[in-house]
Design a protein around this ligand. Sequence first.
Ligand code: AMP
Length: 438
Amino acid sequence: MAKKKNNKIQLVKGMKDILPDEQLYWNLIRTKVDNFAKNYGFSRIDTPVLEFTNLFKRTVGEDTDVVNKEMYSFVSQGGDKLSLRPENTASVVRAYIEHGMLNLPQPVKLFYVGPQFRHDNPQAGRYRQFWQFGFEAIGDDDPVIDAQLIAISYHILKELGLDIEIHVNSVGDTSSRAEYIKVLKKYYQDKKKLICKDCNLRLNKNTLRLLDCKNVKCQELADEAPQMVDYLSEAGKNHFMAVLEYLDALDIKYSLNPKIVRGLDYYTRTAWEIFECSDKDGKLNALGGGGRYDTLVDMLGGRATPAIGFAIGVERVIMKMQEAKVEVDKGKKFDAYIAQLGIEARKKALALFEELRAAGFSVTENMSKKGLKDQLEAADKKNATYTLIMGQKEISDDTVLIRDMESGVQEIVDYKKIKSELRKRLDRNIAKSLKLKK
Ligand code: AMP
């Protein structure tokens, strides 16, 4: 139920409004993601936010926090058990199988940008609805794909102005992972009193998660624990080595981190997380992470198909960009601001605005403002190159006053010639700035 305070309905806990000022960051991130997707050949996919609960239980895992504690699940009016998606990979793989993408040339490369839902404890950078963008390459098991996906996650964040580092590990293939989990259980057997309550619960159900528990004592024990890399099969070791060699060739800054296990059941082999470098204090909040999920297609009833992907949290990236004071473009420059004085001028100005907009100029206005001073100030704020002013005199002379907002110089132009005059001046400015750049 919506909570009321002084009769006002408030935002639901853990949700977040994205206000216009912040949209500058969102636009920047969306454009960056689109450009990377285009270069690397990934196509956009959008899946519904609602899926059958079983999709996540079967894949993410019943014993993970994401499914066990944090899912928004309910029974629909038709009696279906549904959940708001807590992550997007399982849905993408469901769609891959459902739409017969197994029959397309492999790998099928898909990317998404969308909201995810987890009933987590809200705090800075942690919401109950948050956005992720993610890239998935399904149907290829070559280590070069692993390195390319790591490279995409690395370069997107770098180009957004963040100083980041990749932490990489291998969680092994299914059989070597099972072997390693046995070793890990044995290691923790006589340490049950030393680990936290959650880890005691995880010990038998989701043993790998003990390695990434945030509790200080658990961290100390995890530091001393046997490491997965020592239990990799020959093939698993070769795959991991090849990934690292490609990363070296790509000159990507990474650290080997045996505690990167990713929380979810479906991960195999390469796993990585991305951290902002200023976060090196041990209480690291990852910006995102990824890994291979070679068994997921099979788990969902498709034919066994290797796959890999990553997801990055948009709100967290924006938080880090703001902390790092990354400059974002304060919005685009307008070609012209249309100012008017008096009711007759306003009518003509409305028509001029439409005419210029339809002709492809980027124009802006505040038609409800009356004074010229106010309108010139607004034009300045909106970063307009020219202001086109129409008052009584211009109406009776059939002219427009064109004001260069940088120099303040004003000239009278014949109304019929305004489009060509504006174009001429804008082109002249472009030529001038090109010359300056040379
Ligand atoms: P995960 O799928 O849990 O590895 O999450 C990948 C990324 O999504 C994280 O590194 C965060 O950037 C982001 N993320 C996960 N959970 C939340 C949340 N509750 N609120 C905001 N961002 C989140």
